[in-house]
Design a protein around this ligand. Structure first.
Ligand SMILES: Cc1ncc(COP(=O)(O)O)c(C=O)c1O
Length: 292
């Protein structure tokens, strides 16, 4: 049964049960659209500018002009929080190339479909330690433009489901021998005290949490290398962690049932987790300063 929360669809706030998408919306038929997910803590967004920038970049990459719709999304999101009585929430924004008779070519003069959904999240406990999770390895079967936050998530969905089927949290993706990222999180490893992550190019999504972690690490003087690395290096890393908007930072203790180092959450992972929690507290919980 659907809940009665209020969602935003094409300029209107409507009860979820009355929000209807055209059966020929290009998002549903072709995956012809892009999306964003961001977290609000205590009613305030984390890294709002960065999420808006990435959405604009994704739209540009697929030649979709959404006009003024994007600028309206922060106001729309605040409205959704208010109308649904939420302060800790996950916001989902989706923009598609609109509804038109099914033809591959872009339709002419069709307005985009803009959808925003707020769903409740548990308030965080900034003093809780970083979680430890397990992962599996999985071939990266996605396309060649993973930098676009596109609606076409089937390879991610299939791989994540395989991980969940065997009781793991995530599937770490690799193209041949090169590790890229995970299905819905970015990936880091620690080797000899430095942080290593795949460069932000066409093979990974430029995660916003990844960006914040990189900024925090550089500010703290931690050595950072954005370079590609092999499955062998990953399995022999001193630490491995995942990060993302809803995952935050989670240490990877086991991959394919094999322990990473001693099989616990690493010290640098825990330190970065603490720095990240502090960042959220400052920017969103009003505990000194602002801005990410
Ligand atoms: C493939 C992929 N990588 C990384 C991430 C993490 O990105 P962010 O930190 O912006 O949530 C996501 C988030 O959905 C993702 O889908």
């Amino acid at each position: 049964m659907l809940d009665q929360s209020v969602v935003y669809l094409n300029g209107r706030y409507v009860p979820r049960s009355q929000a209807t998408l055209d059966v020929e919306d290009r998002g549903a038929l072709f995956g012809d659209g892009v999306y964003e997910v961001l977290r609000y803590y205590h009613g305030r967004p984390l890294a709002l500018t960065e999420h808006l920038d990435r959405l604009s970049r994704s739209l540009k990459e697929i030649s979709l002009d959404a006009g003024d719709e994007i600028e309206a999304l922060p106001r729309v999101s605040e409205q959704l929080l208010q109308r649904n009585g939420l302060s800790d929430a996950k916001l989902y924004w989706q923009v598609t190339r609109g509804a038109a008779r099914r033809e591959h070519a872009f339709p002419k003069d069709v307005p985009p479909t803009v959808l925003a959904i707020a769903s409740p999240e548990k308030p965080i406990d900034p003093s809780a330690p970083a979680r430890g999770v397990s992962a599996i390895l999985h071939e990266d079967e996605r396309w060649h433009r993973c930098n676009i936050k596109s609606l076409m998530l089937l390879p991610n969905v299939l791989a994540r489901n395989k991980a969940l089927d065997v009781g793991a949290y995530e599937a770490i993706l690799h193209r041949g021998d090169t590790v890229t990222e995970a299905t819905c999180t970015s990936l880091f490893m620690v080797r000899k005290g430095s942080l290593v992550t795949h460069p932000a190019n066409q093979w990974i999504l430029p995660g916003i949490t990844r960006l914040l972690v990189l900024r925090l690490a550089r500010q703290a003087g931690i050595l950072v290398r954005e370079r590609s690395f092999t499955v062998g290096e990953l399995l022999n890393a001193d630490e491995v962690f995942l990060c993302g908007t809803t995952t935050h930072i989670a240490g990877v203790t086991h991959i394919d049932n094999q322990p990473i180092a001693s099989g616990g959450v690493g010290a640098l992972t825990q330190r970065l987790h603490e720095m990240f929690m502090e960042r959220i507290a400052k920017e969103c919980l009003g505990l000194v300063g602002s801005g990410c």
